[in-house]
Design a protein around this ligand. Structure first.
Ligand code: CTP
Length: 154
């Protein structure tokens, strides 16, 4: 029998759980969500937790906040295997797997300063997925090929 590995972190009553984050990605996810000292909601961060499905993972739990899809658009760039669970009264009322789209629209900024998407024009950024692992993208405007971390960092 395969022993199920347990993670010893308390359940939350209400809020959002970001689970199955790639190990080491929690910092970037917190940055994406704008979590800082003034955030206001309690945030539980677990790094390098043992997991059955992937080697190790990070987990973020935000109490009393129900994240909307438009607040988590960058997550596919940082950690496409992640799941987002909404918890109400200790129950998981919805859970979705982020997944990797074929292209990202309106997410992140092209690192090429000359790209038309950086000229204050009212256009959304477009990035095509070139390879999944590592996640390499190309800009739909200037065709610049970039690592996903270079996009989300800008
Ligand atoms: N969770 C929580 N508080 C709750 C209920 C669930 O923090 N009251 C967390 C769980 O710890 C898990 C995530 O929300 O990180 C999803 O919960 P659940 O679907 O019950 O867990 P698993 O079945 O282990 O999820 P998976 O199969 O995606 O690993």
């Amino acid at each position: 029998m395969i022993e199920k590995k347990e993670i010893k972190v308390s359940k939350i009553r209400n809020g959002t759980v970001l689970d199955h984050l790639n190990e080491g990605s929690a910092y970037r996810v917190l940055e994406m969500l704008g979590v800082d000292n003034d955030y206001g909601n309690p945030v539980i961060v677990l790094m390098g937790a043992e997991s059955n499905s992937i080697e190790r993972k990070d987990v973020i739990k935000i109490e009393d906040k129900f994240l909307e899809p438009d607040e988590t658009g960058m997550l596919a760039l940082i950690s496409p295997n992640a799941t987002i669970s909404i918890i109400k009264n200790y129950n998981v009322v919805s859970k979705r797997k982020i997944g990797l789209p074929k292209k990202f629209i309106g997410v992140g900024q092209c690192p090429n300063p000359k790209c038309v998407s950086n000229q204050n024009e009212p256009i959304s950024t477009v990035f095509n997925v070139e390879t999944k692992d590592p996640l390499i993208l190309s800009c739909g405007f200037c065709e610049n090929v970039v690592d996903s971390s270079d996009i989300s960092a800008h």
